[in-house]
Design a protein. Structure first.
Length: 419
């Protein structure tokens, strides 16, 4: 294994074979999605959010036990004076011999027609800081039934190499989420010199600055209502360092303080269970939407992981996704493509996840366009000879509707009270 970073560093993982909820009104999206063809499909270039996102219709339930990973890192000229992330660079392969085969893929994409994604968003290359876009995203997520937005987050002043500081996008999202009966939590990303102790400070900042808002997510855990925080690439820091923050006797512990939280580790390798038993994490998630991409992301291992979670009294949060393709960013990574199969891939992910009776399911993702895991509305688009993938033969909102179907199945199950 090599260090993984989902948006800018190389991937060198095993190479696989070729609930109680609230309800509220939603908009015309439901009517759009029940039709054979959304009008958006024919109007990609003149899509106007101000005209399309106002009408209200049918009620939809959301489950706060379904979490969805959300990326507030996109920008455009109209809102941000430049394109951010849509113009993602091509990532060079670490092996010089392989990199040589892909030399024509270099530099950056050139939006709006040419973006760093294999699918094209119905909203075009939008800005994550645009309030109209945020409102539409909340509406789509509410329609999907997912109740908790897990926002990709960096401490103030920090960002991923492609973006701008993302903390400034949090409050507008939290306010809009509350209007749509959604909750928000945080996905702490890797940053330079991140340590267990710095993550403790991150958790303090998050709670001090955002816990007063109604949309801030908390969950009952071991007799308390606590925030739940995901830590991406948690395995970059050793379990012995984490235990100083996440166990009751640690030197810098959050346990028993106002900053106590349910802290969730990323499990990639089988050996990462030590982050629960030694490091003090309360649970673990698998993130990757490509089955067999890692031990944790392999559906065949989920029953065993659930067994471990019961034995260790921890939360197992399987991550499901509709597919995976990132060749517009990593052109050499075709071995990790997972075709959507007209929704059958997603159906299988959900089916296996529900079979292990998790307390929470996470969805990868609402809008990670670079890796083609999004369920956000996508449309047909062709630019200079390149034809973007789309959801045909289904409508642009098909994966929102399919998600809603599985969320409702998840909510209706009879559970024996397991974690």
């Amino acid at each position: 294994y090599t260090s993984i970073n989902k948006y800018h560093s190389v991937i060198k993982i095993q190479k696989p074979e070729n609930d109680i909820v609230r309800s509220s009104g939603l908009n015309k999206l439901n009517q759009q999605m029940n039709g054979k063809q959304s009008s958006v499909n024919n109007k990609v270039n003149d899509w106007d959010p101000k005209l399309k996102l106002t009408n209200q219709t049918k009620k939809a339930l959301v489950s706060y036990n379904v979490h969805i990973f959300y990326y507030a890192w996109y920008g455009n000229i109209a809102n941000d004076e430049k394109y951010i992330h849509w113009n993602h660079q091509y990532i060079k392969h670490w092996d010089a011999a392989i990199a040589k085969q892909y030399t024509k893929y270099s530099g950056r994409h050139s939006p709006p027609g040419d973006i760093g994604a294999n699918y094209y968003p119905a909203l075009g290359p939008y800005s994550s800081w645009n309030k109209t876009v945020i409102k539409e995203h909340m509406k789509q997520i509410q329609f999907s039934g997912a109740g908790v937005i897990v926002i990709s987050w960096y401490p103030p002043g920090k960002s991923d190499p492609e973006g701008k500081p993302a903390d400034t996008a949090v409050l507008p999202i939290m306010l809009a989420a509350d209007e749509h009966d959604l909750k928000v939590t945080f996905h702490i990303e890797p940053y330079k010199d991140r340590t267990a102790k710095s993550v403790r400070e991150d958790i303090k900042y998050i709670i001090d600055n955002y816990s007063q808002y109604p949309s801030f997510y908390k969950r009952r855990w071991k007799g308390q209502q606590l925030p739940l925080i995901y830590v991406y690439d948690s395995y970059h820091t050793k379990p012995d360092e984490w235990k100083e923050v996440l166990t009751r006797n640690g030197k810098n512990t959050i346990r028993g303080t106002k900053y106590d939280s349910i802290v969730i580790a990323l499990l990639v390798e089988e050996g990462h269970t030590s982050y629960i038993t030694t490091g003090g994490f309360d649970g673990f998630y698998t993130y990757f939407a490509a089955d067999r991409f890692s031990y944790g992301a392999s559906r065949a291992n989920w029953a065993e992981l659930k067994k471990f979670s019961l034995e260790s009294s921890s939360l197992f949060i399987p991550s499901v996704g509709p597919g995976y393709i990132d060749t517009r960013v990593r052109p050499w990574n075709s071995q990790n493509i997972r075709n959507r199969l007209d929704g059958d891939y997603y159906n299988k992910e959900m089916e296996v996840a529900l079979s292990v009776d998790p307390g929470i399911i996470s969805i990868t993702s609402f809008n990670e366009w670079h890796e083609g895991t999004q369920i956000e509305m996508a449309v047909e688009k062709e630019y200079e000879g390149f034809k973007y993938l789309d959801y045909s033969p289904h409508h642009p909102g098909y994966y929102l509707k399919l998600t809603r179907k599985w969320v409702h199945k998840f909510m209706k199950r009879k559970r024996p009270g397991s974690l």
